[in-house]
Design a protein around this ligand. Sequence first.
Ligand SMILES: [Zn+2]
Length: 291
Amino acid sequence: MYKVFIDPGHNHDGADTGAAGFGLKEQDISVLIAQKLRPMLEKNGFSVKMSRENINDNVASGLSASLSKRAEEANDWGADIFASIHCNAANTKAYGCETYCVSRSGKAGKLAEAVQKHMPEETGRRDRGVKTANFAVLTRTSMPAILVETAFIDNYDDNKFLGTESGREKCAAAICKGICEYFGTEYKNESEDELMSKEYDELKAKNDSQDKIIGEIGIDIQNNKNEIDGIKNTLKRYDYVDENMPAWAVPAITKLVTKGYLMGDENGRLNLTEDQLRLYTVNDRAGLYGE
Ligand SMILES: [Zn+2]
């Protein structure tokens, strides 16, 4: 399992606090983004350690100690990569995202390129590219290390973006996608459980629709059967006075045959429909055919 050390930039107070703009503080935004990034990385199978877990955390009281301690923690833990999260600040006019590494050649450069590729795509911020700098956290770490300047906290539009939860989530997703790309693993944004339940829902929906079709076919078959039975009934003929003939029709038909009123065909087959049986029976009961 690859180990990713996340370093939310700056301290809550004292030395090494960050930039600010429109009521937002860089040291808070860096933690809020990291708090979104951590579970994303974990869902993607990475082991994560952070230099600051919460907004109120300070890494160390002095500036130099604060910077070296972040690198030392990552080195001691044996992290595979190090990513520091920051917000930029300049003259309120500059805007966009950029990613720093010590050198563009080598693994840190490759990691910086991978993350920076996803940053503008995911966040919609202006692409300021990969840059090099000898920041302490980049030179004192012993693994490929990058520093992501997510957006400008003192620029109005970038600040509004950083101030929203969805904006910070997009920053986290971009960094996670870049890290996955660097390690050559496929980015997943859903947990196993979510994937399982999605698969289950899809299967269930498929099954339900098949059941519905089977149900509809069943109704069709029953309708066809009723129709055929209906046709059979209307086509049914009574040829002889026997056990097939309804008992209620037997006296009238027997009388008609006996008296020679009904003779049937050359073989003596009467070929009577049920309607005819009813008619003869009613007439007989009315006395039309005598005693
Ligand atoms: Zn910073």
